[in-house]
Ligand binder design. Structure first.
Ligand SMILES: CC(C)(COP(=O)(O)OP(=O)(O)OC[C@H]1O[C@@H](n2cnc3c(N)ncnc32)[C@H](O)[C@@H]1OP(=O)(O)O)[C@@H](O)C(=O)NCCC(=O)NCCSC(=O)C(=O)O
Length: 464
């Protein structure tokens, strides 16, 4: 019980509402996912924060008071591993991991992690190493080089790799300092706009229009969460960009899926037309990538005063690594999580968290920031920029301290059956973890199954 109170305290500080315990009920055990870290706390608190954001938007639209929220830690823990629990026609989809991805021992007795799930990242790594596409061959090359210079070289080429550091070593790193100086969820005003007049509704984000320009896990979770609270979410990708199939399905609930190649003038014009009546734009590309295509936050706020623009990055908006591409697991490796866990577990190689917790946490925190900013739009107007990062979410987890529950049994697929729902889709019959929490007694839910890539028209689903 005392531990669950800690989770509620964590939500209070996330959402800036010291009395949140008056209207937030958390049930279930304090620890569900076995870890050296408080992963269940981060899961429950970030899912709860998104629910609080939805409640604030609901209250702003109806003129009522902020509603009650409930959440069970077991459901939050299952939601944090949604991609592992997804079944398509009764089977788990293929995993995202390319055989070359993973941890490699280096000449100086350290470890480096390569992230090679996208073909262009994999080919770049193999070219730089001068190795064929064969794990044993890559291992032989890496055993002859030291970790730090290799990390530097890979990062300089824009490739995805991290040297495993101990937590104290990361604490000394300039990027760790830069990340620690950032708020966990940064919300800043992009410009002026009159207060929004969203129609009163029983579903927090009903009728609101979200452009989801994100891939993989963190950003798509934010879009999926807004869809669960009723938003019209249009996911915009491009045919030439690589994707991870199973993740597309898992994070595609409640979204339509369109292609617009922003390098083609007519498609870029179409996106500008969509932005003109959008409420939210989510983006999770390499920092500044969309600015170069004319869709950075300032440009979008000029196109659409009143927009809430959310940016999700790997390493945060400042510091020497701020421009780097990155994935959850690489942040876990760089920041000491995998070595600390290996030491606690008595393992001889790095051990990651029991969930892509930085991705999922960052996704829900982005959703909270967006929903909260939408509520602010009702009260005070303005265009808003919400910024979150995998590394800052990781800092939050590490700041909660070590709390060894590695001996807990890992929840199995059967353990999460209570939280499953089913939907028919073009991919097959989907069995998935439904969205966690209730807001004013109502559970968020997805009204549509994921759409295959590029199969939707780039239009809003309903006129205004
Ligand atoms: C995920 C990534 C590492 C993937 O790297 P890349 O595949 O190399 O993509 P980049 O973002 O670097 O670049 C994509 C390029 O596509 C361009 N781009 C984007 N959308 C479009 C459309 N619609 N049309 C045309 N071009 C487009 C964009 O401007 C870039 O152009 P150029 O500028 O010309 O290159 C990175 O996007 C990233 O660091 N994102 C922020 C953090 C994040 O979300 N990480 C993953 C979370 S999931 C996770 O961690 C996990 O699964 O584990």
């Amino acid at each position: 019980m005392a531990q669950v109170v800690k989770i509620v305290d964590e939500v209070a500080s996330l959402v800036g509402e010291p009395d949140i315990a008056d209207r937030l009920t958390v049930t279930g055990p304090a620890d569900v996912l076995p870890s050296l870290y408080r992963v269940t706390t981060v899961a429950t608190a970030s899912v709860a924060a998104a629910a609080v954001g939805a409640g604030r938007l609901l209250a702003a639209r109806t003129g009522g008071g902020p509603p009650d929220i409930t959440l069970d830690t077991r459901h939050a823990g299952a939601a944090f591993r949604s991609e592992r629990h997804l079944r398509i026609d009764g089977k788990a989809p293929p995993g995202p991991w390319d055989p070359i991805s993973g941890y490699y021992p280096t000449a100086d007795g350290r470890w480096i992690q390569l992230h090679c799930n996208f073909p262009h990242h994999c080919n770049g790594v193999l070219d730089l190493l001068g190795a064929p596409n064969d794990r044993a061959a890559v291992e032989r090359v890496i055993r002859r080089v030291d970790a730090a210079p290799l990390e530097l070289e890979l990062q300089a080429m824009g490739l995805c790799a991290s040297m495993a550091r101990a937590e104290p070593e990361w604490a000394e790193h300039r990027q760790a300092g830069a990340v620690a100086d950032l708020p966990l969820i940064e919300v800043s005003r992009l410009g002026d706009a009159p207060p929004a007049r969203f129609a009163p509704t029983e579903t927090p984000a009903a009728g609101l229009r979200v452009l989801d320009l994100t891939r993989v896990i963190a950003g798509p979770i934010a879009g999926r969460t807004l869809a669960a609270y009723g938003a019209d979410v249009l996911r915009v990708g491009a045919a030439h960009l690589p994707e991870v199939h199973g993740l597309l399905v898992d994070t595609g609930f409640g979204k339509r899926n369109a292609f617009l190649n922003l390098r083609v003038a007519a498609d870029a014009r179409r996106l500008r037309e969509l932005i003109a009546s959008a409420d939210v734009l989510l983006q999770a590309y390499r920092p500044s990538a969309l600015d170069r295509l004319g869709f950075g936050p300032d440009a979008v706020a000029r196109m659409r005063p009143g927009i809430v623009y959310a940016s999700i990055s790997a390493y945060g908006r400042q510091g020497p690594w701020s421009g780097l591409r990155g994935f959850d697991s690489l942040v876990q490796t760089a920041s000491g999580i995998v070595l600390a866990t290996a030491e606690a577990a008595g393992a001889s190689s790095p051990v990651p968290l029991p969930a892509q917790a930085l991705d999922h946490g960052t996704g829900y925190l982005a959703a909270f920031g967006v929903l909260d900013a939408l509520a602010r739009r009702v009260h005070e107007g303005g265009s808003w920029h919400v910024r979150v990062s995998l590394a800052r979410t990781g800092r939050w987890l590490q700041d909660l301290g070590h709390h060894d529950t590695l001996d807990l049994p890992d929840p199995t697929a059967d353990d999460v059956d209570d939280y499953r729902s089913c939907l028919s889709s073009e991919f097959g019959e989907l069995s998935y973890i439904r969205p966690a929490a209730t807001v004013a007694g109502v559970a968020p839910r997805w009204l549509s199954a994921p759409a295959p890539l590029g199969t939707s028209q780039a239009v809003w689903s309903a006129p205004r």
